[in-house]
Design a protein around this ligand. Structure first.
Ligand code: MF3
Ligand code: CO
Length: 254
C-alpha cells in the first residue's frame, strides 16, 4: 500500500529533507584529499543533530554510522572508516534524517580533486538521470515512467544501471512502497498521485551492472571493479506540474 501524505505531512518531510540537504552540503565542503570517511561521518552527524534532527541510518538494521560513504567501485552503503580519500577518488555521500517522525533521504557523488574525464562523465550522467527521472514524477504518469527515463539516459551514455538496489517510497518509514527501480518499460506500475513522496536514487556503473555485498554485510561494490556513482532526492508529487524536490536547498533568487 502506498501511503499518501497530506500537505502538512509534506511540510514536515520538507524539514527533514532540508536538514539532509544542509548536512550534505557541509560534508561535501569537507571532502578533500587526506580526510577519512569516519571524519566525514562525524561532521554529518553533528550537522544533523545541531539542527534538532536524528540521523536516520544509524541503528537502521544495525547500520553503525550516520553517513554512507561509498568510494570508487563501492556502489552504496559504504561504512565510514579510517580510509583516507585521495585525489582522483569519487565518493558517494548518502544521508537520512528524521524530523517529527518523518524521514528525509538524499545522496550525492562528489569528486576528490582532479578527476579523469570518463569519471566526471559518469558522475554527470548519473545526476542528469536523477533529474530526468524526477521530471517524470508528475500526475498522469505511471511509476516506471521514472524508471525508464533513468535507464534510457544511462544506457545511451554507455553506462549500466544497478538493478539490485532501488529507490523507494518514504514517510514515517525510511522505506515504504512503492519500490522505484532504475530500469524498466515505461507506463507500468501505479499511477502517480498527489501526496506520493518518493526517494529516487539512480546507481550507475561505468562497466557492468552486477554488484555484490562485501563481508561487512553492507558495502555494495561492482563485481567488475568499475567505478559507480549515486545521486538521490526525496521528492513529492504535486497536484499539478513538476514534482517538488524536498531535499534541494532553495537557490538564492536575485
Ligand atoms: N539511501 C539509502 C537507502 O535508501 C540509505 C540506506 S542506508 C541504511 O537505502 F543504512 F540505512 F540502510
Ligand atoms: Co534511499
Amino acid at each position: 500500500m502506498i501511503i499518501l501524505k497530506t500537505p502538512a505531512e509534506i511540510a514536515v518531510m520538507a524539514e527533514a529533507s532540508r536538514v539532509v540537504a544542509e548536512a550534505l552540503a557541509i560534508v561535501k565542503k569537507a571532502v578533500s584529499p587526506g580526510i577519512s570517511t569516519e571524519e566525514l561521518d562525524r561532521i554529518a552527524e553533528e550537522a544533523i543533530r545541531v539542527r534538532g534532527a536524528v540521523p536516520a541510518f544509524k541503528g537502521y538494521r544495525n547500520y553503525p554510522k550516520t553517513l554512507c560513504a561509498s568510494v570508487n567501485e563501492q556502489v552504496v552503503h559504504g561504512i565510514p572508516s579510517k580510509r583516507k580519500l585521495k585525489e582522483g577518488d569519487i565518493i558517494g555521500l548518502d544521508l537520512g534524517a528524521i524530523v517529527g517522525g518523518f524521514y528525509g533521504d538524499s545522496a550525492v557523488t562528489v569528486m576528490v580533486g582532479r578527476i579523469p574525464e570518463e569519471t566526471a562523465k559518469l558522475v554527470q550522467v548519473t545526476e542528469q538521470a536523477l533529474y530526468l527521472g524526477i521530471k517524470e514524477a508528475v500526475v498522469g504518469n505511471r511509476l516506471t515512467d521514472i524508471s525508464n527515463a533513468v535507464q534510457q539516459h544511462v544506457e545511451s551514455a554507455g553506462f549500466s544501471v544497478v538493478t539490485e538496489f532501488v529507490g523507494h517510497g518514504i514517510g514515517r518509514q525510511l522505506h515504504e512502497e512503492p519500490q522505484v527501480p532504475n530500469y524498466g518499460k515505461p507506463g507500468q506500475g501505479p499511477r502517480l498521485q498527489p501526496g506520493m513522496v518518493l526517494a529516487i536514487e539512480p546507481m550507475v556503473n561505468i562497466g557492468r551492472s552486477a554488484v555484490r555485498v562485501l563481508d561487512d554485510r553492507w558495502t555494495a561494490v561492482t563485481v567488475d571493479g568499475s567505478l559507480s556513482a549515486h545521486f538521490e532526492h526525496t521528492i513529492a508529487v504535486q497536484p499539478s506540474g513538476a514534482a517538488r524536490i524536498l531535499s534541494q536547498l532553495e537557490k538564492a533568487r536575485t
